[in-house]
Design a binder for this molecule. Sequence first.
Ligand code: SF4
Ligand code: SF4
Ligand code: SF4
Length: 313
Amino acid sequence: MIAFILTFQRAYRPVIVSTFCSRSMLDMVQAEKALKPRIYGNIPAVFLRKDGKFEIKLQITGGMLTPQQMQRVGEVASRYGTQVHLTVRQEVSIMGVPEEHLDKALAELKDAGLRPGSAGMVFRNVVSCLGDTYCFKAAAETITLAREIGNRFTGEKTPGPLKVGIGGCPFPCTRPQFNEIGLMGRVRPEIDLEKCTGCGKCVEVCKVAATKIVDGKAVIDYNKCVMCGRCVVNCPGAARYSAEKGYIIFVGGRGSWPPHEGWTLQDFVPREEIMPMIERILQVYREGAKPGMRMREFINSIGFEEFKRRVLG
Ligand code: SF4
Ligand code: SF4
Ligand code: SF4
């Protein structure tokens, strides 16, 4: 009997609603659906869309897929879905999957190492640029770091949605400043004047005019230098070298309205200290924030200096 009522309610609810409800009531029903989309099988990243079918949003850490995974996404989308959507946070979503095909689709994706990603009040998919694995302009490694962070934290419950962005240099394609936690690679350049030939290549590649040639040797204006490391990579005689390497950690940024740049928690954090630092940020956030509180609101509620003190000691 209960099963019959539930089936009837699910099948005829749209008809009942459209027949007996006013326009404003219909709008309220739509708004409720938009705010709390029906999720499938307790998997937050598999949820009902306006077309009456499901979206499967996959966790693609740092936006990197193997060709075989890409192929599997295509196969599953062709068999059960309608389109593939690339989200702004580097996830891949298979759209238009009917409910009765979700189990099969999820099993086939799992065989290729693909799983539904993150949604709601959790540590979300980690966004990353290509970093020094592929990019000539990079000051730091990003892909392995993104995977390490994603494997460790993505999907964990947090007081509010927690987004992470990683950029390999201070001209970051991924806008890490506008995430709850942002990481941006930096290199502090120095010059070995004995080796400097005064060739001027560093002047040519510097985007902020922070270096010039004086009396046949290069000099750096550290008031202008943004520590991108491009002069280090491009110095033909290896006269420029990296005196320090690491990441700026931003906290409390957000991209949605109103957008806010995060605070700089610490600069030149070495690679090996990133994971413990994220652990401490999460601990402080979880201990102090009320449910639903975004990191920015939490930091504002206690003040940035106090947040910094709690994280860094
Ligand atoms: S953020 Fe910098 S390092 Fe990363 S891809 Fe863009 S230019 Fe390259
Ligand atoms: S690129 Fe290197 S060698 Fe050439 S001027 Fe600059 S520091 Fe000197
Ligand atoms: S590290 Fe500094 S001096 Fe070198 S290219 Fe970047 S901004 Fe210019």
